[in-house]
Design a binder for this molecule. Sequence first.
Ligand code: FAD
Ligand code: GLY
Length: 376
Amino acid sequence: MKNIFDVVILGGGIIGSSIAYHLSKMGRKVVIIEKEQLACQASSAAAGMLATQAEMEQDGPLLQLALKSQAMFHLLSSELLEYTGMDIEFVNKGMLKVAETEEIASDLKKQVTYQRNWDPAITWLDFKELHEMEVSLSPSIAGAMFLPNDGHVHSEKLSKAFTQAAVYFGAEIREHTEAISFIYENDQVNGVKTTKGVIHSNQIVIAAGAWSAQLMQESGFKINMYPIKGECFSVKPNKTLINTTIFSDKRCYLVPKQNGEIYIGATMIEHTFDQTVTPLGIASLIQRATQLIPELNEASWERVWSGIRPQTADGMPYIGEHPNWKGLYVAAGHFRNGILLSPITGKLVAELLTGTLLDQTLLSAFHLERHQETIV
Ligand code: FAD
Ligand code: GLY
């Protein structure tokens, strides 16, 4: 087996896969090293929301990155279909951020005014407008912020479409292979030791989601990252209950998928890699979701699942080169928005590695040294 590549990507989730796609398309010989199977962790657990407006309420570098990424989905979905035949189920019908109390309604109305600074299409829907649009919503909902530009995709299909498209352009995939440590000479990385031998390259990208901090530890540099478990469940009603994604707060959202399932998420359990789905977690989601859509109580039960979000101390991903070792890069810590941010992360990392990144400021807020300690 040939063990020399232009770039080795550690982690076959959506971030590693998008980087592999963009690099392979630029002609680089790339291999993805995945400990288990492609998209087996957070990238298949995600609800797939492209929730720039729903999740990012403040202007700043992360919002600007998300706006750029969201704008890529139209073209990306047709490109991936062309290269792989896979439909990523891109839906662009907007989201409703609903107000369950008058107090929340008053806050959301202020938010509409503020967020219209960067998305003038955002509007406030009063009780009548909202309930005409989504007839199954509980009459207790006073109104909603309508975010017409937010949408969703099928996250596992997007992740796998990225990898298949990377393979189409010549990338190699090695599953059931775990990266253990790095080989370097002076200050230049030149290989990675894995459970199946050494792979040589002068460019290595750590894209191992919530497990990236452990790999970074091997390089003597600590990044401030921790896991946050999210549990979800899904149901299939026997008639269409909602057309738009309903987002109540960061602990309950309902996403109507193309196959008729409604994905309902998600809990936020900090500092655990344990992926157990608990009755407590699911009961809290059922309670919240049925308060929003009472008829969900009669829908047929489908499944439960969980995933581990990669969170960082300031809520922003790490995207950039290792401060001490040339050729070692990190792209991880996308927390609640890795699906949304995957296209732009892949594109910018590919440009960084190939020396074609024209606007360096796009990544300056995400560098690795912003809150670290060198391990001695
Ligand atoms: P992962 O998908 O976790 O992939 C990392 C990969 O690295 C894994 O496959 C792992 O096996 C592999 N790996 C780890 N260590 C090693 C090693 N040493 N060697 C080789 N491989 C290794 N985001 C959105 O944008 N919209 C949403 O609606 C949304 N909903 C979510 C709902 C839930 C319940 C959860 C948990 C997350 C959600 N997210 C959402 C967040 C999103 O899923 C993540 O930000 C994103 O999937 C992170 O992708 P990743 O590739 O960095 O990590
Ligand atoms: N973005 C939704 C979640 O992380 O649960």
